[in-house]
Design a protein. Sequence first.
Lengths: 242, 104
Amino acid sequence: MSDLRRELRAVGIRGRALRRILAETSAHDPAELGDPRALAAEFADALAPKLARRSAFASFSALAVAGTISLAAFATLEPRSEPAADVPLLLMAVVMGQVAFVAGALGLLRALRRPQDVRTVARRALVGVLAGAATLVSLTVIAHPNWELALSAPALLALAATAPIVARGLSLRTLSTAHGDLTDDLPVAFDARAVAAGAGVLVLLASVAASDPFDGLIRGVFEGLACYGGFLVLGRFLGLRR
Amino acid sequence: MRGEALKSQLELLLLATLEREPAHGYQIVEDLKGRSAGVLDFPEGSVYPALYRLERGGLVTSRWHRVEGRRRRVYRLTRRGRSELSAKRGEWKTIVRAMRAVLA
């Protein structure tokens, strides 16, 4: 039985799930249970979908809270006495806010479409939660000492509360290790360059509508580059590209 | 009968076993071996991941009970599990008839 315990730990099964498995299998002759390594892998596969869904839903819910507060903060934010000092923080909030939304949404999508792929789901949840926290912290620093500071604390706590479930998802080793790509999530073919260009054009058009085309051009180029850069940097880790 | 041939039918066998009465894992294994006169011989541990999958799919539920002084997780078929069993049983009978016709 100690062999099974060791193998279960090796595939990332711990806590209540580990105790349940050991309690249930304790009635059997260990020699009749089968190869502990193969059995542990089977258990990991059986537990993966539930863990993936819980990880994705928990992180997406926490991100929804953080996103609502961030949007409210953006809408009411007043620059401090030295606005130049806020630019890097604002950039961070804008970029990380989008990363959080995209990672969280794609995590949820993968959990619904391929719940067996718990590690990719957990990775997306992790990136979403970290980016969400970075967004909140940036906005809080800019807003200090206004009301957003008080609201961001529970949102940060909600994000932090997802850590145990995301960590469990990251540590679970299932038989399927391929992270796939965005074709596993989306019903249509995905072209990262086209999406980045589209995002840039949307930002440009929004600025043109607000009668600021030059600023819009700069923002549009930045948006497109940030979008494509994010795809290149995080693509493999998040299972967006092979 | 070992390996993949049994593994693919294990969930159906578990549902059929639980149709008679709620049971814990060890009892299920003993029942399967007894009713098949030892033909269905498989690694006993593989029953549990299959039971977890059935539970996740809402086909069985489970609760801890004390059975003969020992804490056991007892599995029970749900209504959905019964209708799934009925459907799979029908499919299985069709396959058996077809196999017989081909092999005879």
